[in-house]
Design a protein around this ligand. Sequence first.
Ligand SMILES: NC(=O)c1ccc[n+]([C@@H]2O[C@H](COP(=O)([O-])OP(=O)(O)OC[C@H]3O[C@@H](n4cnc5c(N)ncnc54)[C@H](OP(=O)(O)O)[C@@H]3O)[C@@H](O)[C@H]2O)c1
Length: 333
Amino acid sequence: MAKTGKAVEFDRYGDVHELHFVDQPRPEPADDEVVVEVIAAGLNHIENYIRQGDFDDRLPLAFPARQGSCFAGIVRKRGSAVRDIAIGSEVIGHAVGGGAHATWIAVPATAVVKKPDGVSWEVAGGLYLAGATAYDIVRSLHLGPDDVVVITAAAGGVGHIECQLAMAAGATVIGTCSPRNHDYLRSIGVTPITYGDGLEQRIRDAAHRPVTAFIDNFGGDNPDLSETLGVSPSRFRSSEDRLDVEIRFITADREDGEPALILKELASMIDRHRLRVLISGFYPFDYIAEAFDDLALKHSRGKVVVGMQPVETGARSGWYLSEKARSIVEALP
Ligand SMILES: NC(=O)c1ccc[n+]([C@@H]2O[C@H](COP(=O)([O-])OP(=O)(O)OC[C@H]3O[C@@H](n4cnc5c(N)ncnc54)[C@H](OP(=O)(O)O)[C@@H]3O)[C@@H](O)[C@H]2O)c1
């Protein structure tokens, strides 16, 4: 077990080139905390935006700053008040205050849940922010069997989870994507529609009945489209709504019990094969800048994740991986 490690930091607002590694000794936990050796951690667009200073009014940073909202790992130390999590427990967590892109993270014990054996490290590492966002948005719509819901960017990190949660609620789901994702969406029961000119008519043709809800992950002209399709404003979730949800979950503090409840539910669904979270790119930690570059292309199918430790993974054996991630993984010794 490593005693020292490294963390990603940046000293000013800027793009991915501002990221650099600093040495990180293993932290000591406060009384109510656990120290987790991070095995895998997810990447999210909002981390790019925050680093670039796009939200410096809502989420101002103190420098040097760290990032990373989602992680999975092994509990290596615990504070004196922590009784219910054993040393050596495999956990999924949310990084209260950020900093999951590191070898170690100290978090309140309430911010982690047990990782079921049926949830792989890379899926667990990328689960929190995309999962909680998708869960919260789909739950807020109270979908049921009478619903037809359109979901944009349906194969993306958040969209593919929303699709499956909406279907689990009984709704019929129409998802926008490029043709390369049609087979994937069909395979999970979603009707795929190519985005771009003529989208409204393609949705009408696919729906056969009125569209009752609309989740717009991607933004653009979709508010108008939702209205044109006759969706009630109360059942439209814009990309700005989604941003608010992401900020709410990124800033969830140690008193907030909801993130752990949602993580537990999602992990259980994955373990019971009710939800399948895809990994679009799985990068060694040293390649975190390349991983962010991959994410910024906005053509992920599922989540982009970095692995701090060598992880036994299907990544070499025919999973879908972006070309960049595949070239890096295949070049590993
Ligand atoms: N985090 C935030 O602050 C925030 C908030 C709201 C919205 N968003 C945006 O929402 C999008 C999805 O988020 P995510 O986290 O799921 O990202 P992601 O994992 O990077 O997903 C990107 C998805 O966007 C799809 N896409 C690309 N161009 C599109 C277009 N013109 N119209 C519709 N879909 C398109 C891609 O589908 P194909 O590969 O099939 O083309 C891909 O599946 C991202 O573009 C993100 O920037 C982010």
